[in-house]
Design a protein around this ligand. Structure first.
Ligand code: GCV
Length: 716
């Protein structure tokens, strides 16, 4: 009995320790194992002096204390005033004594309102480190950066770091419904427990805020873009207010999605026509009501006249009318409207990839100052690879906000290890050529190409109430990497992976080096085994889980995979060149020219822009058929390599996360083969060609793959 009890407690304790590791994200603050490194830190920092006393300052101090104690194994002395040397002094500009201010005065001119300074200084001949900024939230950003230096075992001698975010609105978009289901969510249910709010504040809300602020995210849209008007009723606003109160000290603003028909559904009006005075007034009153509760409310995100959502077009008005009416409602309070450009219509016979540009580009310069147009990274819908959206750079008089998808709707849900910052970086570094060479997407969205009053970037969240937040331990890296790139869209995704691995798992080079390489290769692997050479949108219907290139019977033509790959006896691919839909003409002339002919089109985008014969010669001399098949096989091989790499890491990390990832990689391997076999069997019917050497033969028939059904796939 006693021994049974012991086993029970042992299991419980080890389970909760493991769960905590998963839960703690990149903020593990593990003990520093290298004694020299630990010694340097202990010698360089002997105490902390916190100069502020706001809620935010208290968080800064608590984070420092907690991080330091865990990493160094000894408590850091908290001092009430600066005495002796080797102190860490934290406080905003106005709280600093004049002698400290003097030493770093010119640095304040080099940072923005949210920027921070971490500097080793000499104060009365004594060495100190200062972490400061123009306000307490900026200081908190600095504290997290300082802790990251320690976490990643960087030197903290002679520090001189000045850093400001390059983009102002850095927000997560939660596609969370009020019943706690999450559209395209693969990590459990929504974090927001509407039933228990406002009185019950889950520790998760606080840890969510900590994680976000540690990477610089400063906004959260709590609700799904497929919106429910109830969120705007007093019953729910009270709950939203409670969340806003939790997030405020962390510098995170709350936003909501606005259902365009809300004036009818919850306001009792007969119309939601944006030109109707009663409608405009209803929104003005609603804004007043919200700001009374939440003075720093961020504003609204709107999906209108898209995939069946109501919008101004229901009343013969356009997107400008709709967005500007809402903009007027929130303007007196400093709110913004994030208006989505994700539009395409079953009544428009045009190539779906052209529709958003065709509709929105003519609106350039017509939106009010507090409207920012949110554009997905590519023209279709978050595929494993898409060329950058042609709207980027094409609306110089309108702020455009990037929308990335962190949740892996089309990239294997939370089961596949895919390191997305590699994808994000590829998009951000794409050259639009809109003002000549070097006009990257990053420069469009940070306002450096054409100055903008608002700049922004959104990531569709992959967070749910799973213990590890994101379903897959490595999907945490996608949340992390999104935040880091939102802060600085020019960062290298490999450096981000390095930081994340060290903060999350270990500083051991034998672990970091191979696993980083694995992460960096993972995005190309998923492209290879799902949609190589520019293929896109060939997943199964509705839930989007697994391959479905055969699907051709959906009511809307542009929902069918056959619309996108157009495979037939003559070849495969969507002709978007001059001889086809001429979508290439939506890009700047240099880009248009490059995409327009198959010889100059990058092969990674080939079948996005061209329909080519099965015998078309690729750059490596292979026929298109053989090349395509080999890419599918390469993707499968890459997953196998990822498995091999992971299997070498067992001795460096905790057993639980090792096992979790190992099992998930095994599923990924199976699913990669599923994608390869299903797609090759299907396309092979048209190419009528054999599989080249080196490719495994499918073990199931096409009919088998077509028969698979997933009625309870998550996220639907
Ligand atoms: C929130 C795709 C997804 C939808 C999503 C939509 C959007 O179509 O499948 O679930 O809806 O994009 O971004 O609005």
């Amino acid at each position: 009995m006693t021994s049974l009890r012991f086993v029970f407690w042992f299991l419980l304790i080890s389970f909760s320790a493991a769960a905590q590791k998963d839960y703690k994200l990149w903020l593990q603050y593990d003990k520093i194992l290298n004694p020299q490194v630990a010694q340097e830190y202990n010698l360089t920092v002997k105490g902390v002096v916190s100069l502020g006393n706001s809620e935010t300052s208290k968080i800064s101090l608590k984070e420092l204390e907690n991080g330091w104690t865990n990493m160094l194994g000894n408590k850091i002395e908290i001092k009430s005033k600066i005495e002796g040397e080797n102190n860490l002094i934290i406080g905003s500009q106005s709280s600093l004594s004049s002698d400290i201010q003097k030493t770093i005065l010119s640095d304040f001119d080099k940072i923005s309102n949210e920027g921070f300074i971490i500097k080793s200084i000499l104060l009365k001949n004594k060495k100190q480190i200062v972490i400061t900024g123009k306000n307490d939230v900026a200081v908190l950003y600095g504290v997290y950066r300082f802790l990251r230096l320690v976490q990643t075992n960087k030197s903290i001698k002679n520090l001189s770091i000045l850093d400001s975010p390059k983009i102002n609105l850095r927000v997560l978009n939660h596609w969370d419904n009020l019943d706690r289901t999450v559209e395209r969510g693969y990590a459990g249910f929504s974090l927001w427990n509407w039933q228990k709010l406002p009185d019950f504040i889950d520790q998760r809300y606080i840890d969510y805020a900590r994680a976000n602020t540690s990477i610089g995210i400063n906004g959260t849209v709590l609700t799904n873009v497929n919106a429910n008007a109830l969120i705007l009723t007093p019953q729910y606003l009270e709950k939203v207010e409670a969340l806003a109160n939790v997030f405020r000290p962390y510098g995170i603003k709350v936003y909501l999605t606005a259902r365009f028909s809300a004036p009818i559904e919850i306001g009792g009006l007969k119309t939601a026509d944006p030109k109707d005075n009663a409608v405009a007034n209803w929104w003005k009153e609603k804004a007043k009501e919200i700001y009374k509760r939440i003075p720093d409310f961020g504003g609204f995100l709107v999906k209108a006249n898209s995939e069946g959502q109501p919008g101004p077009q229901n009343y013969g008005r356009d997107h400008v009318d709709g967005a500007n009416m809402l903009a007027d409602a929130v303007a007196p309070f400093g709110g913004v409207i994030m208006w989505r450009a994700f539009v395409y219509s079953e009544h428009d016979a045009n190539d779906r990839a052209k529709q958003a540009y065709a509709e929105f580009q003519p609106y350039d310069g017509k939106f009010k100052d507090n409207v920012i147009v949110q554009v997905k990274n590519g023209a279709i819908d978050f595929q494993p690879r898409e060329p950058f959206h042609p709207l980027f750079g094409a609306m110089p008089k309108t702020p455009l906000m990037m929308e990335f998808q962190i949740t892996q709707e089309y990239l294997g849900f939370s089961t596949h290890l895919v390191y997305l910052p590699k994808l994000f970086q590829e998009v951000l570094a794409s050259d639009t050529y809109q003002k000549g060479k070097g006009a990257t997407v990053a420069k469009v969205i940070d306002g450096s190409l054409s100055p903008q009053k608002l700049t922004g970037i959104a990531g569709v969240s992959n967070i749910g109430n799973d213990i590890n937040w994101t379903g897959h331990p490595f999907a945490q890296a996608n949340w992390y990497g999104f935040g880091r790139l939102a802060w600085d869209p020019y960062l290298d995704s490999e450096i981000i992976a390095d930081e994340w691995l060290r903060g999350t798992f270990s500083n051991n080079e034998n672990f970091v080096k191979p696993v980083k390489q694995m992460m960096m290769q993972s995005r190309e692997a998923v492209v290879n085994y799902m949609t190589p050479l520019g293929l896109h949108h060939i997943m199964d219907t509705g839930h989007h889980y697994g391959p479905g290139p055969w699907v051709s019977d959906l009511s809307r033509p542009e929902w069918n995979p056959t619309y996108y790959h157009k495979a037939d006896k003559n070849g495969i691919g969507f002709d978007r060149s001059k001889t086809g839909t001429n979508a290439t003409a939506q890009y700047a002339p240099q880009v248009e020219k490059m995409f327009d002919t198959s010889e100059t089109c990058p092969e990674i985008d080939l079948l996005w822009f061209h329909h080519l014969s099965w015998d078309y010669k690729l750059k490596n001399g292979q026929t298109l058929w053989n090349g395509l098949v080999l890419k599918y096989q390469e993707g499968v091989n890459q997953v196998q390599e990822m498995q091999n790499t992971w299997n070498t890491t067992e001795k460096y990390i905790d057993n639980e996360r090792f096992k979790e990832v190992q099992m998930l990689l095994e599923i990924q391997y199976k699913e990669a083969k599923w994608w390869r076999d299903a797609c090759l069997l299907y396309f092979g019917q048209y190419s009528c060609k054999e599989l080249p050497a080196g490719v495994e033969k499918p073990t199931q028939s096409l009919e088998y793959f077509k028969s698979l059904k997933f009625p309870f796939a998550p996220g639907n």
